[in-house]
Design a binder for this molecule. Structure first.
Ligand SMILES: [Zn+2]
Length: 133
């Protein structure tokens, strides 16, 4: 399958963001990237917004929330998933992938994915900005 998208390589910087991974298209067919802010927080941002400079850092950084507080929120007790993995999982849920398919890829139960989807776990991990719940 060919694509007309030109994806910036992992490591490309857009303002305070560094591209860490590419994700599936969202429900509008727009390509998204997993990016890491200079503060260490991950997010899923539409590539077009990165290229046009509409998104240059994470929301907490843009509203100048204290860094200490962010790090406390990001530490999930008994976590079997990394923060950036949950960012990717949320992007895949938003893209309409089945819970079972996502769970299989991460070797977790579909109940775990369901808990993420319902916001019972990992509430602090951002959803793709285009995802309307
Ligand atoms: Zn940040």
């Amino acid at each position: 399958m060919s694509t007309t998208f030109t994806l910036e390589p992992v490591g490309t910087r857009f303002g305070g963001w560094t591209v860490r991974d590419h994700t599936v298209s969202n429900q509008h067919g727009m390509r998204q990237a997993v990016v890491e802010c200079d503060c260490g927080r991950f997010a899923v941002v539409i590539m077009a917004n990165l290229r046009e400079g509409k998104s240059t850092k994470c929301h907490p950084c843009s509203i100048k929330t204290s860094r200490t507080r962010l790090q406390a929120e990001d530490r999930a007790p008994n976590a079997t998933l990394r923060f950036d993995q949950v960012v990717s999982i949320k992007a895949r849920i938003a893209a309409g992938e089945t819970l079972v398919s996502i769970a299989g890829d991460y070797r977790i139960s579909d109940r775990t994915v369901s808990n993420i989807k319902c916001g019972r776990n990992w509430r602090h991990v951002p959803w793709p900005e285009s995802y309307a719940r």
